[in-house]
Design a protein around this ligand. Structure first.
Ligand SMILES: *[C@@H]1O[C@H](CO)[C@@H](O)[C@H](O)[C@H]1NC(C)=O
Ligand SMILES: *[C@@H]1O[C@H](CO)[C@@H](O)[C@H](O)[C@H]1NC(C)=O
Ligand SMILES: *[C@@H]1O[C@H](CO)[C@@H](O)[C@H](O)[C@H]1NC(C)=O
Ligand SMILES: *[C@@H]1O[C@H](CO)[C@@H](O)[C@H](O)[C@H]1NC(C)=O
Ligand SMILES: *[C@@H]1O[C@H](CO)[C@@H](O)[C@H](O)[C@H]1NC(C)=O
Length: 345
């Protein structure tokens, strides 16, 4: 006999947000209605992460039609040392984590894969939403000697850059909150129909430049994040001899020490904010040189150089902010201590 109580429970089941178990190989295609897909069913970003049973091993392949991208919102925590969440884009770039707090990821066509493994009981839920790419090309820039600096995630943005190998560096407004760079994607060619390469979040996580394999690339930011993350685009002919090559992040008024270790090769630090920078201390090989450029590494932007043997008597040295300042060490290990000017009020 069907009791009224069981009948009520059956009715309530599809509404409850709990699954607990999941499986490998679920393929998710965009529905014609363009409704989002969620796991567990009905989960969305206004809910906390639901419970996931111990010992799950699950994956979803989310397909994305040409001309569309997907926004993934994921929440959860792995509570053991071996489990993880793993997001793999269509070009094989992987992001792994044990904690996700609804900071979105964005993926272009043709697909992305979400993998979850856990041993201990965990929490986990996600939602994907498909959307057409904004059709936008604000400008085409041929990158030569003059580098381009773009506010990349403040607004929806799209632009084409041509250079014999564009060098890209990402400068998040907040280095401990760099997920806003995920909505900025890099494609080969002149629009988002081209082969997807990577996004600026992945590039930032390498802490160095990304050199595009093609002469023409298209960069699109699909969602306004309202933050001042910046993208530096240079021609790699002026950057490919720098290894390591790092961004200099240092807040107004702060003093920061940065170490470079180029071994036998050149290494560099690049600063693109407005503050003046005072080099108060430096350790470097006495046979090495520090060269300063107000722009890409060409004669035109060369300001001066100092050798390790003589630089100590020249300190402190103040360099101007406002465009870009590069500190290039010819070889060996160096440590620079720089003090930033205060914000102009
Ligand atoms: C999330 O789901 C709840 C129902 O559980 C619904 O009321 C709410 O509108 C949804 N929020 C979003 C952002 O979709
Ligand atoms: C992880 O597991 C431990 C032991 O079972 C438990 O005390 C803790 O609350 C769990 N943490 C989370 C985030 O689930
Ligand atoms: C970026 O935004 C800031 C503040 O709105 C503005 O001053 C600056 O000129 C912008 N930079 C570029 C390269 O557009
Ligand atoms: C940067 O992000 C972190 C982590 O979200 C936050 O705690 C911090 O306040 C942010 N810093 C600034 C200057 O906004
Ligand atoms: C892809 O190419 C077609 C045909 O040229 C064009 O209409 C469309 O806008 C392109 N899509 C994107 C996302 O750039």
């Amino acid at each position: 006999m069907f009791s009224p109580l069981i009948f009520l429970l059956l009715l309530a089941l599809p509404l409850a947000i709990s699954a607990g178990k999941c499986r490998i190989g679920t393929v998710v295609n965009r529905p014609f209605t363009n409704q989002p897909y969620s796991f567990p069913t009905n989960w969305n970003e206004s809910h906390s992460a639901p419970h996931l049973d111990a010992d799950q091993s699950c994956s979803w392949v989310v397909t994305i039609p040409q001309g569309f991208y997907v926004k993934l919102v994921i929440a959860g925590r792995i509570n053991d040392s071996v489990g993880h969440f793993q997001m793999v884009d269509g070009n094989g770039n992987v992001v792994m984590s044990q904690h996700e707090n609804k900071e979105p990821y964005y993926f272009p066509s043709p697909k992305f894969t979400l993998i979850v493994n856990n041993e201990a009981p965990a929490t986990f839920g996600f939602k994907v939403q498909w959307a057409p790419f904004p059709i936008i090309n604000e400008y085409e820039a041929g990158i030569a000697m003059l580098a381009h600096i773009v506010n990349i995630t403040e607004n929806v943005f799209g632009a084409e850059f041509s250079a014999p190998g564009a060098s890209l560096m990402a400068f998040p407004a907040n280095t401990s909150h760099s997920h806003t760079l995920r909505s900025a994607m890099v494609f080969q060619g002149k629009d988002a129909n081209g082969t997807y390469l990577t996004n600026l979040f992945n590039i930032y996580n390498t802490h160095t430049q990304y050199i595009a394999p093609n002469a023409l690339i298209y960069i699109v930011n699909v969602e306004a994040q309202g933050v001042k993350d910046k993208l530096l685009v240079q021609s790699s002919q002026y950057t490919n001899d720098l290894n390591p090559y790092h961004q200099l992040f240092c807040a107004p008024g702060a003093t920061c020490s940065k170490t470079l270790n180029g071994g036998n090769s050149k290494s560099g630090l690049v600063y693109i904010e407005d503050q003046d920078q005072t080099l108060n201390a430096i350790t470097m090989d006495v046979t090495a040189t520090l060269s300063i450029y107000y722009g890409s590494q060409t004669d035109f932007f060369f300001l001066g150089s100092y050798t390790g043997a003589t630089i100590q008597s020249n300190l402190p040295l103040t360099f101007s902010g406002g465009y870009m300042t590069q500190y290039i060490i010819s070889h060996g290990k160096a440590e620079l201590t720089l003090q930033m000017s205060n914000d102009v009020l």
